[in-house]
Design a protein around this ligand. Structure first.
Ligand code: ZN
Length: 150
């Protein structure tokens, strides 16, 4: 069966993000960082953040992963750059519902990441798609805990 034109467009956007990921690299001044892996596929992603007054001032990722995990990490950094912790966590929730096929409206805030909704049809790839987002969620909640302890 031939791919629809829309599928081809989606595939192209995913390929662009995985071949030329946005915000790829490391941050010397990172305030928070985390390393995540998805053993099922072999994806490893390192995430670094600069959190200032509860806002994501900068975010970078590095590591090696499949096209879906790399594209998703790239899209995630794009979506959450400049967000407050709360806004970013809301996006993480929205994205994980999306890739489970549970949400399909109001996804504009996710930017290019909304394209990954198609992953819901491939359960084995959901963990690839959510890896960076789950990592962000973990890094932000750890940062929040540290703040509460101060
Ligand atoms: Zn993967």
């Amino acid at each position: 069966m031939a791919l629809s034109r829309l599928d081809q467009l989606y595939r192209q956007v995913i390929l662009d993000h995985s071949s030329y990921p946005h915000h790829h690299g490391t941050l010397e001044q990172a305030t928070d960082q985390i390393v995540l892996n998805n053993p099922t596929c072999g994806d490893v992603i390192q995430l670094q953040l600069i959190l200032e007054e509860d806002r994501i001032n900068d975010i970078r990722f590095s590591g090696t992963g499949c096209a879906i995990s790399t594209a998703s990490a790239s899209m995630m950094t794009e979506a959450v750059m400049g967000c407050t912790t709360q806004e970013a966590l809301a996006l993480v929730d929205q994205f994980s519902l999306l890739v489970q096929g549970k949400e399909d409206d109001n996804v504009e805030a996710l930017g290019d990441a909304a394209i990954l909704s198609g992953v819901s049809k491939f359960p084995a790839r959901i963990r690839c798609a959510t890896l960076a987002w789950k990592g962000l969620e973990k890094a932000l909640s750890e940062a929040r805990k540290e703040q509460d302890n101060e």
